[in-house]
Design a protein around this ligand. Structure first.
Ligand SMILES: CC(C)(COP(=O)(O)OP(=O)(O)OC[C@H]1O[C@@H](n2cnc3c(N)ncnc32)[C@H](O)[C@@H]1OP(=O)(O)O)[C@@H](O)C(=O)NCCC(=O)NCCS
Length: 227
């Protein structure tokens, strides 16, 4: 797919192309990741993708999409399935069909092309890919509760926040789930909490609520929970 993106530094408009990446892009993906990670003020919100995970995705156990502008990689999004991390997470979510679970992993957008919805678009294309393959019942993802952009992009694509716990050596993460079987549940209760009210959010999720919407006002971000 193609579209236009504005470079925030130069205000110039560029055409982008989103393509499926292969082994040829391995070094470019790792370089872009290092560039962004090394300059990240809060490294806590990002779990680095490894060379091994990328090779696994390229060899058929996943998908890696990349956004290309003037032959340069400016963003990527990785999806995997069948690997041990996905299986462990599925078990942790009490999912029985562990082999019908896909794991939406890391995503990065180069600083000067942020705010063009590239993360959200790559996420939508990843979900379209999974829907077409029809072998999946669930997609799972993990996201830092401080990463509002990623929470918005997950919820906008139909994910629900189902759990808040410490993962990846003690880092706080939401586990988000997407149900491809489209089970519709009637909402009986709705409540809203400030995005960093972690203790109450944790308790609400334990009580069967799920997060499904980010609300923004001039002071802060809030999350709407229902059950
Ligand atoms: C997180 C990241 C991928 C977002 O990329 P992006 O392409 O700029 O995101 P999008 O433009 O798709 O934004 C999605 C939504 O979040 C909003 N948003 C973006 N940045 C935001 C911020 N810093 N604070 C609050 N909201 C933000 C956007 O306005 C958009 O909202 P909308 O749906 O109402 O329009 C990018 O900032 C990044 O690479 N960060 C470093 C790596 C990282 O943290 N990756 C995620 C964890 S794997």
């Amino acid at each position: 797919m193609t579209g236009d993106a504005i470079n925030a530094d130069t205000h110039k408009k560029y055409e982008y192309k989103i393509i499926k990446l292969n082994y040829k892009w391995l070094d470019k993906i790792l370089c872009l990741q290092d560039l962004i990670y090394d300059n990240m003020q809060n490294k806590d919100i990002y779990e680095k993708i490894t060379e091994f995970e990328l090779i696994d995705a390229f060899s058929g156990n996943g998908l890696c999409l990349g956004t290309i502008i003037e032959k340069q990689l400016v963003a990527f999004r990785i999806l995997s399935y069948g690997d041990s991390e996905t299986i462990e997470l599925a078990k942790d979510c009490n999912i029985k069909e562990i082999h019908q679970v896909a794991f939406i992993e890391a995503t990065i957008v180069k600083k000067n092309f942020r705010g063009n919805s590239l993360q959200k678009i790559m996420m939508k294309l990843t979900m379209d890919y999974l829907k077409k393959r029809r072998k999946f019942k669930y997609a799972l993802s993990t996201v830092s509760p401080k990463n509002i952009a990623s929470i918005k992009s997950l919820l906008a694509n139909g994910f629900k926040l189902i759990k808040l716990s410490k993962m990846y050596k003690g880092k706080l993460r939401y586990v988000c789930s997407y149900d491809f079987t489209n089970k519709v549940s009637n909402k009986e209760q709705t409540t809203t909490l400030k995005f960093d009210d972690y203790e109450n959010i944790h308790n609400l999720l334990l009580d069967g609520f799920y997060g499904e919407r980010v609300i923004i006002d001039e002071n802060s971000f809030y999350i709407e929970f229902s059950k």
